[in-house]
Ligand binder design. Structure first.
Ligand code: AMP
Length: 427
């Protein structure tokens, strides 16, 4: 079968790499892809959100399955367009993608189905939001309702910061139309984990747990990024807690989406805070996480293409996957200055030497080829991912690999997985 994968980040390189191991794969196209995905298939110069051009391309190349990496094309209805063209598509419809693209919709689904999450109120007029925030004396979290590339959430220590955040979102329209409404949410305390599951509308197949590292600085300091590293599994999620997450969060959400007339298929990603009162939903994402996908797919044993097709066909109950029991750690190498302004075009060396260590994959994110030389081309440049007998061994190997790679200004957090290793995983 020919497959079209949409996206150009580290997540898409990991998906492409895993798909190349599938028995049923004939040709793999990646739009637009990156130099890493070019080693797994054929990159196609079409943007991820140019849906009509992607449909035309797929029809012309006998594509049997669309796989979508990022959220934006899902929110814009890429799955609906492919299904209308008679092509199977892995991911939620536009209506179901609201679970990520509209935080007020997600809260409604959670509330209607008693899914544990932070208390929140939604406002569409700044004056009302301001009055409500001013009436609160604890710290609050202010969220733009729409997609804001992971930047639309402000965790505020006091109400005056909260009012400023709501003003930026609603009045200054820092994130455009994503700021048409704000959510004012109670702040939750604890550790964050990511739980990803395949969902076929009815059946749920859990992937292994993982933990992202959002802030740029060690010890979770500084501004948030797209994610500076991840590891899997996250030991804070015990089997008992996983059962609770399935029972209290995933099953009611999938059932609730059905009752709402927006059945869910694709990857359901629950971003959770493990509080003293148990797991609470911070957000849902409607696709694979980046960088969690890199360590998760390094550990997945089985045929990814078969799983994706089973999701599309509603026969996830027939799927047989297993997981490498060895932990995996992904360390992101970023450009100097990220998540602020950064320079591009810095030559990258050492990737082959890093992979020669064994049990290491270097996934490309913001890279480009310039006159045959691999150079930096984005904020997050590489996701250096390693497996090891223990989490400590996986971490050591990942950093050994990182130390073989060089580009000017390379920025790395040295504490990926330390929360689990230091045993500070308890809420
Ligand atoms: P979200 O995109 O909603 O997951 O928010 C991005 C980040 O903001 C999360 O990964 C958390 O670190 C933080 N966050 C979101 N909601 C809350 C909350 N209710 N309490 C504390 N932190 C939060």
């Amino acid at each position: 079968m020919n497959v079209l994968l949409v996206g150009n980040g580290g997540r898409e390189h990991a998906i492409a790499w895993k798909l190349t191991q599938s028995k049923g794969l004939n040709r793999l196209y990646i739009a637009p892809g990156n130099p890493g995905t070019a080693a797994c298939g054929t990159n196609v110069p079409i943007e991820a959100t140019d849906i009509p051009a992607l449909v035309d391309f797929a029809k012309g190349r006998d594509v049997g399955l669309l796989v979508v990496g990022p959220e934006a094309p899902l929110a814009e209805g890429i799955v609906d367009a492919f299904e209308q063209a008679g092509i199977k598509a892995f991911g939620p419809t536009q209506a179901a993608a609201q679970l990520e693209a509209d935080k007020a919709f997600a809260k409604q689904i959670m509330r209607a189905n008693s899914v544990p999450t932070a208390e929140s109120r939604t406002f569409d007029v700044f004056k009302d939001a301001k009055a409500y925030i001013a009436s609160r004396d604890e710290s609050v979290v202010i969220k733009a309702v729409g997609l804001a590339a992971g930047k639309g959430v402000f965790v505020c220590d006091d109400p005056s910061d909260g009012i400023l955040a709501a003003e930026k979102i609603m009045v200054d329209r820092l994130f455009g139309d994503a700021g048409r409404q704000v959510l004012v949410e109670d702040r939750l305390l604890g550790q964050e984990v990511s739980i990803l599951a395949f969902v076929d509308g009815r059946n749920i197949y859990l992937m292994e747990s993982s933990q992202d590292h959002k802030p740029i600085g060690e010890g979770d300091t500084g501004p948030n990024t797209g994610g500076m590293g991840a590891y899997s599994p996250a030991p804070i999620v015990t089997d008992k807690m996983m059962d609770q997450i399935v029972r209290e969060i995933l099953v009611p959400t999938v059932d609730g989406m059905n009752r709402n007339g927006t059945p869910y298929k694709g990857v359901l990603y629950a971003g959770l805070m493990i509080t003293q009162g148990g797991p609470r939903v911070l957000e849902f994402n409607v696709r694979f996480g980046d960088p969690e996908t890199q360590p998760i797919l390094m550990r997945m044993q089985g045929d990814l293409l078969e799983v994706l097709l089973a999701v599309c066909d509603g026969r996830l109950d027939e799927v047989d996957l297993s997981w490498d029991p060895r932990p995996a750690v992904c360390v992101v190498m970023a450009s100097a200055g990220y998540p602020g302004a950064y320079e591009k075009g810095k030559p990258i060396t050492g990737i082959e030497e890093a992979q020669a260590l064994g049990d290491v994959m270097v996934f490309h994110a913001g890279t480009a080829l310039q006159d045959g030389q691999l150079v930096t081309a984005g904020g997050r440049v590489l996701g250096v991912t390693a497996v090891g007998q223990t989490l400590a061994a996986a971490k050591a190997r990942a950093y050994q690999a990182v130390d073989r790679i060089a580009f000017e200004g390379a920025t790395v957090r040295r504490d990926i997985a330390d929360k689990a290793l230091s045993g500070s995983a308890a809420p």
